[in-house]
Design a protein around this ligand. Sequence first.
Ligand code: NDP
Length: 448
Amino acid sequence: MAGSIDTIRSLILEGAPGEELAACELPESVRAAFVRREDQEMFDGIAFEEKDPRKSLHVDEVPLPPLGPNECRVAVMASAINFNTVWTSIFEPVSTFAFLERFGREGELSARHNLDHHIVGSDAAGVVLDTGPGVTRWKPGDRVTVHCNYVDMEGHEGHDDSMLDTRQRIWGFETNFGGMADIAMVKANQLMPKPRHLTWEEAACLGLVSSTSYRMLVSRNGAGMKQGDVVLIWGATGGLGGFACQYVLNGGGIPIGVVSSQDKVDLLHEIGVEHVIDRKAEGYRFWNDDGQDMREFRRFGKKIRDLVGEDPDIVFEHPGRQTFGASVFVVKKGGLVVTCASTSGYRHEYDNRYLWMNLKRIIGSHFANYKEAWEANRLAYLGRIHPILSKTYELPDAGEAAYQVHHNLHKGKLGILCMAPEEGLGVEDDELRARHIDEIELFKRFSD
Ligand code: NDP
């Protein structure tokens, strides 16, 4: 059957069998959100805050990516914004075309990625349309979510932990053909079963941040949190932080959320986070003109002790330069700071005496290996971890959604509808949804 996006969409919405989708010819071009190589210097000399994703992120038709061995093309019903979409669209800290060029030099198949447009997006929920040679576990019609660990495992380095593979990449950031498109291309080993009780947009907002939080906190590769651990969570209503709160609560830990407004404080109380610090209301100034201010570190540490009576076992770090010194200072003797990012600057400073004398540790963490991503997805599949979706945009408004995240105007996650014509579709298991509807609705309060 001659295919168009409308035909494919209709078949998916009707719940047509996989054979019908498999028989449907794919269009030669698809709608996608992308940045252009020719624009990569457009923000040179402009301050970080003024670099505007709405100017650099385009939505237009681009050629359909050709399918290779062990790959699948997926009809993306919904995707989600991650901070890496912001980085790509403001060409910071480096233009992602540099990643595509390096990837392109690896061989014939990877050369397909080195184009003059970079399709962004590291999350997706959708339906498998076709599979390349060698794919045996997935077939057209399968409903899937996509995790963004893009790796062949050809080398030996990653066989214990695929994140250690020297060629590991983040799909849709360090590779092309990401999730913000009507059809995306992925490696078969990126696919996971879509939680059947969630809508497309709810399912799409889980992959990247939920898996990252899982590795940071739960996995033995991260903090290996245990019952009763006190965990300080920066940005506790943000993408990563919202899932971190859930993992800590689920695992019998004691979260302390740090946020920047009263409505975020209220929200955290509502989802069961008892101890919350409003960093704006407290007016912490960890840095002054002379460098870092230890008095402010002490004031912050005292606030934590006043709240929970002890220092944190674990600090969940990602703001970076602005907070890292304070994180190392306040974590308990023998405790650990687990970090995956540096939103406010990657040149961290901390007083090493507090680290070594107190036997503290710092762990670097990045996304999640296959097993961790699968385990995080399983918890969502079982209804034990819930999506934190505050708002959903249409694909043509991807730039606006990225702008909201860039300026910290959002809570939780922002979804992007690609092939799904409206929100609320894709639920297959009404009974499981009904069982968890209170929690799902509670987390939707992030949108209030
Ligand atoms: P969000 O923007 O959704 O949330 C981040 C939150 O951090 C904000 O909402 C804000 O909360 C808080 N924050 C921001 N700046 C500061 C600051 N200077 N001091 C204290 N708190 C601050 O982003 P994500 O949670 O999705 O991602 C956070 C970072 O982690 C990004 O840099 C992202 O690129 C990175 N990341 C890395 C991954 C990896 O695998 N390495 C995976 C996923 C994300 P509030 O204002 O309420 O305090």
